[in-house]
Design a protein around this ligand. Sequence first.
Ligand code: FES
Ligand code: FE2
Length: 455
Amino acid sequence: MLTQAMNERLTRVGPGTPGGELMRRYWIPFAAVAQLDENPVRKVRLLGEDLTLYRDKSGALGLIGDRCLHRLVDMKYGIPDTNGLRCPYHGWLYGESGACLDRPMESNRSQFNQKIKAYPVKELGGLIFAYMGPLPAPALPKWDLFVWPNSIRQIGFNIIDCNWLQCQENTGDPTHSVWTHGHLFRYQLERQGTLDERAKSMIHTLHNRSKWGDGIKEVYAKPTDYGFEKGIVYSKELGAEKDWTRRHSTVMFPFYTQTGSAGSPRSEFQIRVPIDDTHTLHICYQCYSGPYGVEAPAQDGVPYYEPPTVNEKGEPILDYVLAQDAIVWVAQGPVTDRSQEMLGRTDVPIVLLRRQLDEQIARVEAGLDPMNVFRDEHDILHGNGKSPKDTWGSPDWAKKKLFVSQGYRQMYHKGFALDDADRYGPALDLVKELHRRVEDYELAANQETADSPAE
Ligand code: FES
Ligand SMILES: [Fe+2]
């Protein structure tokens, strides 16, 4: 439970709010390069500010205020020029610094020195990032999935009708899977009459997720240099199959989570970007890599898609993982009133996540850089193939013996993509081909091991 004041502090993202000032210290991904290929001018709302993203005829990107200085026409209808964006009404021209560079029919064209709002933008891994804070801007972190070689990528965008922190708190919630992706999933398939067909394999998502609820001894969370890690400790005595610890996805401050390891046949950043206080741009940045010894099929550019979360009747689609998450986030209300909640023992990571957020806001208030702001390119470990998840172990999948033990997310060619947003993805056919190659490679490796004489 939080006080209402603390809830406001952690959730509000507008200019001048404590949480909004924290967010303005980061490079924020908010669009795909492929979206600008379709239309070089795009309306954007980010941290409660209305903006216009464009690519001009020289290829330069700009992110400027949404209203022309002259008579406030929305610049989303602007015309890309050689060097900037022109207003569609009387042709005033704005450059990437926001300076008004030309007023075609005015007398003092060159002496006008008014500016429109403008923020720096950069491209990385098929995404476009904005920096909306005080200058100089920090370096753009090259987190591993953005730069991992020998990979196929695709980007899923969803607008979620609630505050970003609800989406991010889900990341600190290793036990929701049992119900949201286990029992709710089963209930949905039963209602659709597709349970027997969809879930006949025991590798199916809902079977293994449901099992995660048996024999929980404790839920743990511990801070790392980049955010925190968390998981569940199981006890045989309490009903688990054995005593063991399951580590869950890695939380990367402030709004990333990573599932799967870089270099594996399917890994993902889920990025929860605040559009404003009550809307979130959810980005699934999906990366499918060829492990050592397997060549990933070639890809031209990084495509994007918008996985649907409601059907043609406006009812929620609940038979895949992201849509199941989205429904419970929105069902907590536009901004959850955390002064009314009752936390339990499984909410330990949520408490850590909120504490970390409060601490990092306080760093910004004290004039310091918060976590994961890097001033020097050399400080960015992740650009060199390092990752917050490196401690998970080697991604050298070829050393593993039994492909079946590696889970449904490397068997999309056998129909398992159905349980994830990936099923709607434009790169799915390429991914299936990759997974087919991985399986062939592993089967051949297993055969070789079986054929070789014992030492
Ligand atoms: S309103 Fe934009 S140039 Fe006149
Ligand atoms: Fe989930």
